[in-house]
Ligand binder design. Structure first.
Ligand code: HEC
Length: 170
């Protein structure tokens, strides 16, 4: 047996592996290491998801900017299962495993790296960090400085540094 006999077999194997399959895309693996909501997850969700699943709009009945809302989920149930990213709708939607639910619906899809971070975050419990709503729309935000830029709406501080834990309800 010479290399010339092996080559066709090798080509065949590579061809089969690389052939564009009709199968749905596979989930990228979870990112290694600890993933933080503020550093790794929020930027992705804020850029790609919150405009339709945030404080202003809840497409499909789903809001993703708070853990409670995401767990309550949308019209078809919870967005994710903490600890089980592979069972989480959010991940499948972002990867597009179901052709009927590809998120975001238009524009560039999430990269494998971004999905990997979301997976690791869900696998690690889907912690939304220090602020109750992930810092997206704090229920109350008193600005210590007197500079009231824009309207005094709820988005008075978009860039949440882990700060106020002092405001007790009531
Ligand atoms: C341009 C608006 C838009 C953006 C951006 C968007 N979505 Fe959606 N999303 C929708 C609409 C509309 C639906 C309902 C469509 C449907 O059920 O087929 C939906 C439904 C969903 C659902 C299913 C909700 C349910 O329970 O039925 C999930 C999960 C989801 N989106 C996740 C995401 C994630 C994750 C992102 C960001 C990566 C995202 N979406 C970005 C518009 C958007």
């Amino acid at each position: 047996m010479t290399i010339r006999h092996l080559l066709p077999a090798a080509v065949l194997v590579i061809g089969v592996v690389a052939a564009p399959a009709a199968d749905p895309p596979k989930l990228p693996p979870p990112a290694a290491g600890k993933v933080g909501f503020d550093a790794d997850v929020k930027p992705v969700l804020a850029a790609q998801c919150f405009k339709c699943h945030g404080p202003d709009k809840q497409k499909g009945g789903l809001r993703l900017d708070s853990r409670a809302a995401a767990l309550e989920g949308g019209n078809s149930g919870p967005a994710f299962v903490p600890g089980k990213s592979s069972d989480s709708k959010l991940i499948h939607a972002a990867v597009g495993t179901d052709p009927d639910l590809k998120m975001p619906p238009t524009g560039p899809a999430l990269s494998a790296e971004q999905v990997g971070k979301l997976r690791a975050w869900i696998d690690q419990g889907a912690d939304y960090g220090t602020t109750a709503s992930g810092g997206v729309s704090p229920p109350r935000c008193a600005r210590p400085t007197g500079r009231s830029s824009r309207s005094s709406g709820r988005l008075c501080r978009r860039d949440s540094t882990r700060s106020t834990t002092s405001s007790a309800p009531g």
